[in-house]
Ligand binder design. Structure first.
Ligand SMILES: *[C@@H]1O[C@H](CO)[C@@H](O)[C@H](O)[C@H]1NC(C)=O
Ligand SMILES: *[C@@H]1O[C@H](CO)[C@@H](O)[C@H](O)[C@H]1NC(C)=O
Ligand SMILES: *[C@@H]1O[C@H](CO)[C@@H](O)[C@H](O)[C@H]1NC(C)=O
Length: 657
């Protein structure tokens, strides 16, 4: 860029001035040293306009964790005393002194008050500034950095300064020191289909056609394919929920998240006619479409059909709400494992997510999340707080922890505070990530031997569901085992229940005893390391201090579905999550009818009372050239605490306040 002589002169003056940092200022953030992947390029031109965002120090982040535990632990007097969304915003809003101190600093520097935007939930201040002004303000120098692998360019600095007296009020400032991990490949709209990895759910879809007989009442073939009747028998779920007055509540629809995959109404009808005739043809989820999502993009991958065909037979006549997320352009250009996921969904459920800061992330991430209005797709504005979250949400999508920056991952606590339970498929690759994704070919970390935990599964405020199966020649009355299918599905990757230990989150209190029992008595003889700073140290392949997952399990193999007009067999933890979520939705219905609140974040209650689940003691979850972890008595990182026993769970949760 050719700059006017006047601007060039100023830019030079700035760089000289920024070299001398006044003694009133302190370093606020400093990069530890660039990763070798990023090369420093030219300075940012002085007159380039930068969108500056100042994340204000939130109050009560640690308190937020404690409050969630307090309302989730069965022994607590405050069990199920959830917070309203307004109370949650208030809880985390920065103190007024914080806002004033930072604003005064900006105004003193010369930024007119009218240029400064203050977010609705008070989490951040924003303004546009020339690079020159920003460098002067922060006593820094901005450069472009280029990622060696992808050519992706990012803007950043190596350190920046703020006046000592306001440091305590500032969480972080962007653009700042953070350069993201390799992000999207450059979007080439002329690229041939298939050159970008399509979004795909966590699911090895098996195109095997089972015989069309037998029908639901016959439990004799549950070892070959799992029908709704098999699931009811496995977990003792009564067929028709009892509703006072014969009608389900209108405030207890089950939420299911989908992105880039779409249900087919014809498949659902055929499924109901074949396996569950009490559900009328034409039964469909209630649409909660987000940011230009459509009902049928070009991605019929079978995930959505699977989710609805499992959930409806358990919850019907309760409604299901479909959270279909993001416009087709994003869904089709989404790069698996390096695009963001869930932020636009969270925004739509709770407007304060649009502007909410936590752990260095405010609102959506411009480098990872879609930007709306999207000139190639949805041309409305980002949807914030347009849908009230359902009491239970099931998600069968995810990546690896290592795919995304750690600060992107810490965003689910607020839903728990509001009494929402979120269930996640624990992943289908045992202790490894997906084999064909970076960083290395086998889906493991480091030199390919270190276990790779899943995102967002390891977040301690979610409930992960691993997969079990009914073994050949056995019945629904025999104990299930963990799924191990080393031949894999059509994608060729072996399928086993995702599990292991986080490299980001420490073991939360609610599972500390269960995890230490496992590590003491049942852990395999693999080398390990302690803590996220020591990944791979001394040849270790998993983190003994990490949050363990999954938490629970449910059937996820040989599931009878109708997909693409045919009876087929599907599976994966993608199936396990909607089964468990549906059961909890039924339990919420009973609690609401008893004048109680929803169960909300359910882990502390389950870990404190594991006898309401069927412990799974046989199986393992191979990956990274190991046998993975072994199932054992008590919690294990393959099937968690076990599969649901509906009557026991129902009684237990009805007894709680
Ligand atoms: C289910 O959703 C439909 C469509 O929105 C609505 O008319 C009906 O009242 C809902 N039923 C329940 C039980 O919520
Ligand atoms: C933007 O929205 C309007 C109104 O819905 C529509 O007519 C128009 O085609 C949209 N433009 C693009 C580029 O999608
Ligand atoms: C199941 O039973 C059949 C018939 O008895 C037998 O041929 C087959 O080997 C058995 N399969 C397994 C896995 O036990």
């Amino acid at each position: 860029m050719i700059l006017p002589a006047f601007l060039q002169f100023l830019a030079l003056a700035v760089s000289v001035r920024s070299a001398a940092v006044p003694s009133t200022h302190v370093v606020h953030e400093k990069r530890d040293g660039l990763t070798s992947h990023w090369e420093k390029r030219e300075p940012v031109p002085a007159n380039a306009l930068l969108p500056m965002r100042i994340g204000l120090k939130q109050r009560n982040l640690e308190l937020g964790h404690d409050l969630l535990m307090e309302i989730s632990h069965p022994d607590s007097e405050k069990y199920a005393k959830h917070y309203t969304s307004e109370e949650v915003i208030e809880l985390f809003a920065p103190h007024e002194d914080t806002v004033n101190a930072v604003r005064d600093w900006l105004i003193d520097f010369g930024i007119e008050p009218k240029r400064i935007t203050h977010s609705d939930n008070k989490g951040w201040l924003a303004f546009d500034a020339t690079a020159e002004d920003a460098e002067n303000l922060l006593k820094t120098k901005y450069h472009l950095y280029e990622h060696a692998g992808t050519g992706h360019q990012n803007l950043g600095c190596e350190s920046y300064h703020v006046p000592a007296h306001i440091q305590e009020h500032i969480d972080y400032i962007t653009p700042g020191i953070k350069l993201l991990a390799p992000t999207k490949a450059k979007r080439d709209t002329n690229a041939k289909r298939g050159t970008l990895i399509q979004p795909s759910p966590l699911q090895p879809f098996k195109k095997v056609r089972p015989p069309t007989k037998p029908l639901p009442s016959d439990l004799a073939t549950c070892d070959q394919f799992i029908t709704p009747a098999c699931i009811r028998a496995l977990y003792n779920i009564p067929e028709i929920p009892e509703y006072p007055g014969g009608q389900p509540r209108t405030d207890n629809s089950l939420g299911i998240f989908e992105e880039g995959d779409f249900y087919n109404g014809g498949d659902l009808d055929q499924f109901f006619q074949t396996y569950e005739t009490r559900i009328p043809v034409g039964t469909r989820p209630v649409s909660a479409f987000i940011d230009g999502a459509v009902s049928d993009g070009n991605g019929f991958g079978g995930e959505s059909d699977l989710d609805f065909e499992l959930a409806y037979p358990i919850v019907y006549p309760q409604n299901i709400t479909l959270y279909q997320t993001d416009d087709s352009y994003w869904a089709n250009n989404f790069v698996f494992g390096s695009s963001g996921l869930f932020n636009t969904f969270l925004d739509a459920l709770d407007g304060s997510y649009c502007t909410y800061s936590a752990f260095g992330e405010t609102g959506d991430d411009p480098n990872l999340d879609p930007k709306y209005p999207d000139p190639n797709g949805y041309n409305g504005t980002l949807q914030c707080g347009v849908y009230k979250p359902t009491n239970v949400i099931s998600i069968s999508y995810g990546f690896q922890e290592s795919d995304l920056p750690y600060y992107y991952q810490q965003r689910f606590l607020k839903l728990g505070l509001q009494g929402v339970s979120v269930f996640l498929a624990s992943g289908d690759n045992g202790v490894s990530g997906r084999p064909y994704l970076p960083p290395v070919g086998n889906g493991c970390l480091g030199d390919g031997t270190i276990f790779s935990p899943n995102f967002p599964n390891t977040c301690p405020y979610l409930t992960n569901v691993g997969a079990t199966k009914v073994n050949k020649n056995q019945t629904v009355y025999d104990p299930e085992t963990a799924v191990v299918d080393l031949e894999g599905g059509t994608w060729g990757n072996p399928f086993s229940s995702g599990g292991g230990f986080s490299n980001i989150y420490p073991t939360p209190d609610y599972q500390r005893d269960a995890v230490s029992q496992y590590l003491q008595n049942h852990a395999p003889d693999y080398p390990y390391y302690y803590g996220s700073q020591n990944i791979g140290k001394n040849g270790g392949i998993y983190n003994r201090l990490g949050r363990g997952f999954p938490d629970v399990a449910a059937n996820g193999d040989n599931i009878a579905v109708i997909f693409d007009g045919f009876a087929q067999i599907s599976g994966g933890t993608s199936a396990s999550s909607p089964i468990f979520a549906s059961i909890v939705n039924r339990i919420n219905e009973a609690r609401l009818n008893a004048g109680k609140r929803t169960v909300g974040f359910i882990n502390p209650a389950l870990y404190a009372n594991p006898h309401v689940l069927n412990d799974i003691t046989v199986g393992r979850n191979p990956g990274c050239d190991t046998y993975g972890f072994l199932c054992s008595q008590g919690w294990d990182p393959v099937t968690g605490l076990g599969t649901p026993n509906y009557p026991k769970m129902l009684n237990y949760f009805l007894e709680l306040p």
